[in-house]
Design a protein around this ligand. Structure first.
Ligand code: SAM
Ligand code: SF4
Length: 333
C-alpha cells in the first residue's frame, strides 16, 4: 500500500536520485561540449540528506530507487550511499544508470553494497563515433565496464542507446546483433528535448519505428517480450533464438505518461514531479522535520501533471506550461 497516489490515480513507488550534475563525458544530446557551469559541490545534498529524503519516501511507499547523475560514479563514496539506502526499511531495489567509464574498478564493491542492477549508456559500437557523440572518454573503457558488471554478477545488464538521426541510426542493426548474440537487453531511447530544446533536437530526433523496420530487414523473428525487472516505460521485445532482447522507450512517438510511477530528486535538492516541466520542490527547508518531508511528497503528488508535451514541441504547437530549463545532466534522465 502506498501513500503516493496522484490526482490521476497513478501510484508512485519509484524515486530517481541524481547524486551529482558533474560528468566525465559531454554527450551531444545531454550537454554542451564546453563551458558547462556545474553546481558548487557545497550546494549538493549530502549523503545524510539523501538518506533522510529516501527514508521519508519509503514511509509513503517508495520501494525502488535509481541512482543517476551527471555521472554518479564521479561522486566519491557511492558504494557507502548505496549500502545505507539498501538498509532503509521498504527499499527493495536499487539500480544505477552510468556511462560505465569508471565502473570496472567499482563494480564488485557496488554489488556488495546492495546495488541490484545497472543500466549502461552506450550509443555506438564504433570508437571514433564514440568520441564524436560523447566528445570525451573511450569506448574501450565502457566495454570493460560492461564486462566487469557481468563478472560482478549484475543481470540483466541493460544498455541505453539514444538513437540520433544521421548519427547512429545506421547502428541499429549492430545493436540488434549484439542483443541477439549476448545476454544483454538493449534499450533504444528517443532523443528528448530537455532543457536545451533546440535545432539539434529537431535535426536528430528519430522515432523508434525504425527499429522494427531494421529488425525485419535483418530477418529477425521479433515477438513481444516479458517485462524485465525494473523495466519502467520500456516496451520489450524478444529476438527469437537469441540470448538477449531489446526494448523501446518512446516518450514522444508513443507517450507512456499514463503509467508513470516516478519522482525525481535532483543533486541540488529539488523533487521534480515530472522530467519535462519546470515545477519542482525544494527539500532543504523540510530537512530535519519528517512531517514536512512527508508533506513535500504529498505536494509533489498534487503538482504531478497528467503528461509531458514533447510531441507538441515537435509539432511546434503551444504548450500548457513552462518546460524545465535544466539539462538532462542536471536531472538524471
Ligand atoms: N551519466 C549517466 C549515463 O549517461 O548513463 C547517467 C545520467 S544520464 C543523464 C541518464 C540517461 O539519460 C542516459 O541513458 C542518457 O543516454 C539519457 N539521456 C541524456 N540526455 C538525453 C536526451 N536528451 N534524450 C534522451 N535520453 C537522454
Ligand atoms: Fe554525462 Fe550521462 Fe549526460 Fe552523457 S548522458 S553527458 S554520460 S550525464
Amino acid at each position: 500500500m502506498t501513500g503516493l497516489t496522484d490526482r490521476f490515480g497513478r501510484v508512485h513507488n519509484y524515486l530517481r536520485i541524481s547524486v551529482t550534475d558533474r560528468c566525465n563525458l559531454r554527450c551531444l544530446y545531454c550537454m554542451p561540449e564546453e563551458g558547462v557551469a556545474f553546481a558548487d559541490t557545497s550546494t549538493l545534498l549530502s549523503y545524510d540528506q539523501i538518506v533522510e529524503v529516501v527514508e521519508a519516501g519509503a514511509e509513503l511507499g517508495i520501494s525502488r530507487l535509481r541512482i543517476t547523475g551527471g555521472e554518479p560514479l564521479v561522486r566519491p563514496g557511492l558504494a557507502d550511499l548505496i549500502s545505507r539506502l539498501s538498509n532503509i526499511p521498504g527499499i527493495e531495489d536499487i539500480a544505477l544508470t552510468t556511462n560505465a567509464l569508471l565502473l570496472a574498478p567499482q563494480a564488485e564493491a557496488l554489488r556488495a553494497a546492495g546495488l541490484s542492477r545497472v543500466n549502461i549508456s552506450l550509443d555506438t559500437l564504433e570508437s571514433s563515433r564514440f568520441r564524436m557523440i560523447a566528445r570525451r572518454g573511450e569506448l574501450k573503457k565502457v566495454l570493460q565496464g560492461i564486462e566487469a558488471a557481468a563478472a560482478a554478477g549484475f543481470a540483466p545488464i541493460k544498455l541505453n542507446c539514444v538513437l540520433l538521426k544521421g548519427i547512429n541510426e545506421d547502428e541499429i542493426a549492430s545493436f540488434l546483433k549484439l542483443a541477439y548474440e549476448q545476454p544483454l537487453h538493449v534499450r533504444f531511447i528517443e532523443y528528448m528535448p530537455i532543457g536545451h530544446a533546440d535545432e539539434n533536437w529537431k535535426k536528430h530526433y528519430l522515432p523508434l519505428s525504425r527499429v522494427h523496420e531494421i529488425a525485419a530487414e535483418q530477418g529477425y523473428n521479433v515477438i513481444p517480450g516479458d517485462a524485465i525487472s525494473g523495466n519502467g516505460p520500456s516496451e520489450n521485445w524478444t529476438l527469437v533464438g537469441g540470448k538477449g532482447s531489446f526494448g523501446l522507450i518512446h516518450p514522444i512517438s508513443d507517450q507512456f505518461c499514463s503509467q508513470c510511477n516516478r519522482l525525481r530528486l535532483t543533486a541540488d535538492g529539488f523533487i521534480k514531479p515530472c522530467l519535462y516541466w519546470m515545477d519542482e520542490l525544494d527539500v532543504r527547508p523540510a530537512l530535519g522535520d519528517r512531517s514536512r518531508l512527508l508533506e513535500l511528497y504529498s505536494r509533489a503528488m498534487d503538482l504531478k501533471p497528467e503528461s509531458h508535451e514533447m510531441a507538441a514541441k515537435l509539432a511546434d504547437e503551444s504548450q500548457s506550461h513552462e518546460p524545465t530549463s535544466r539539462r538532462m545532466s542536471q536531472i538524471g534522465g
